[in-house]
Design a protein around this ligand. Structure first.
Ligand SMILES: Nc1ncnc2c1ncn2[C@@H]1O[C@H](COP(=O)(O)OP(=O)(O)O)[C@@H](O)[C@H]1O
Ligand SMILES: [Mg+2]
Length: 275
């Protein structure tokens, strides 16, 4: 595309999506449209939660923002620059963290820095700081298999923080944890977010998680995922999940989501019938 027709992205926005679409296996018989026409602006330091029925393209959008996959339509920019490849400024954290089992916790946390050529003493110090921020400074020399699932996810967050990301991309990071651990992890994440200043794009299909965390909730339609609506949340943190405001918000989000979940189910049933 000619550069003079390229839109100008403001460097004041952490992430900008303009008309973003993704068709997997585009141009083949297996072509599969996952996302359509997504417009979204995310401010520095903003906490945005993506909520939508499963299969609506939430993970796909995170991969596009991470630069791991290319959009088939539209454009994505981070701090004014087009996203063309992965960058340590945008760290992605998955549900199942893969830590290297043969490395200690601090070596795992500083792994990305070693690739950057940072020396061992500096790496150890940065790892210690990052682990302090997730409350795991004493676990520096442990191996991943000595940690609980919740602790391993905190190590994953520390590993992302060690790279000083401006944007944290989190794909259902707490989905494999039990309910109590998940709620502790949400509190912990809010603390980390506050002192990191990073923007967070957080995928979940749990309405409670969206209510606990978000500045704004982006609700997606069933596949192909489009933005159905964006719900800003002004309830001050820490939020009491049983407060009338949170109850009302939960009800609003449930209703917005219900129609899309029904549509996603109907589509899956139609697909199953067709096989
Ligand atoms: N690598 C891939 N190749 C082909 N299709 C994919 C790939 N990843 C996801 N999809 C498809 O894209 C759609 C959206 O998937 P995904 O982004 O994982 O949804 P969500 O995270 O909202 O559950 C689904 O229909 C899924 O099967
Ligand atoms: Mg997903």
């Amino acid at each position: 595309m000619a550069s003079d027709s390229a839109p100008h992205f403001s460097s004041r926005d952490a992430v900008v999506c303009r008309g973003v679409g993704k068709t997997w296996a585009a141009g083949t018989r297996r072509a599969h449209e996952a996302l359509r026409d997504v417009d979204l602006d995310i401010a520095p330091g903003e906490f945005v939660v993506f909520l939508g029925p499963s299969g609506c393209g939430k993970s796909t959008l995170l991969y596009l923002v991470a630069g791991l996959e290319e959009a088939t339509d539209g454009r994505i920019a981070a701090f004014g620059d087009p996203v063309e490849a992965p960058s340590p400024e945008r760290s992605l954290i998955f549900q199942e963290t893969s830590l290297f089992p043969w490395l200690t916790v601090w070596q795992n946390v500083s792994f990305g820095l070693s690739i950057r050529g940072v020396g061992i003493e500096e790496r150890k110090q940065i790892a210690r700081q990052a682990l302090q921020r997730v409350g795991l400074a004493e676990a520096m020399d442990k191996r991943p298999d000595e940690l609980s699932g919740g602790m391993r996810q905190r190590v994953a967050v520390a590993r992302a923080l060690a790279m000083r990301p401006k944007v944290l991309l989190m794909d259902e990071p707490f989905a494999a944890l039990d309910v109590q651990t998940r709620s502790r992890m949400q509190d912990f994440l809010l603390d980390v977010w506050r002192d990191s200043g990073a923007s967070i794009l957080f995928v979940t299909h749990h309405i409670d998680e969206a209510v606990a965390l978000a500045d704004r909730v982006v609700i997606f339609t069933a596949r192909p995922g489009r933005i159905k609506t964006i719900v800003p949340i002004s309830i001050p943190r820490p939020r009491d999940p049983f407060s009338p405001q949170c109850e009302a918000l939960r009800k609003e989000l449930t209703e917005l989501l219900r129609a899309e979940v029904d549509r996603a189910f109907a589509e899956q049933e139609a697909l199953a019938d067709a096989v």
